[in-house]
Design a protein around this ligand. Sequence first.
Ligand SMILES: [Fe+2]
Length: 193
Amino acid sequence: MTLLTVWPDNDPGTVVLRTEDGAEIQSELKRLGVRFERWDVVSGLPPTPTSEEVLAAYRENVDRVVEAEGYVLVDAMHMTPSDDPAWRENAAAARKKFLAEHTHDDDEDRFFARGSGVFYLHVGDRVYAVFCEAGDLLSVPANTTHWFDMGTRPDYVSVRFFHDDDGWVGNFTGSPIASLFPDYDTLAASRSY
Ligand SMILES: [Fe+2]
C-alpha cells in the first residue's frame, strides 16, 4: 500500500504525518500541485516486459494522461532483480543517479506497473516521502526539489511521460538533505504489513 510520510525538512526524527490512506495522500499532495492517482493493476505482464507490452496493458490511462498533460514521449522501463554481480553493480549505479536532491525542467510523471520506489518531495520547510507501489501514478511538477530512492534491490516496472527529449536531466542542488532521511529500505521495513 502507498505510504506518505512527512517530516520538517530540518528534523528527520519528527514525523508530522504518516498515512496509508489513498484519499488523504491524494489531498495532501494536491496541495503541493502534485498529481497522484491509482490505476487498476493489469495482471499477466511478463517478468521483464517490453515498453510496448506495458504501454499496451495501460493504453487507456496512458492516453488519457498524455492528452491531458500534453506529453509527446512515453515509454516503460523495468528494474528486475538478478543475482548476476553485473546487475547489482548496474542497480547500485541506477539508484545513485537520482538519490541526491535535484530538480528537472520537465514534470517527472511516473506510473508504477509493478514493484515500488520512493519519491521524496522537498516543498517549503517539509519533506514528503511518497512510497509508491503498483498502481500508483505520481507527477512531480517541473522545478520541484526532490530525490528518488529505488532501494538496494530495485524491483519495478514504470511508465515515464516526457514533454521533450531532454527534460529529464537532473539539476542537482548540492544539498546533502537526502542522506539525512530514512531511505527506501528503511521505509519498506517500517510498513504495517
Ligand atoms: Fe527526478
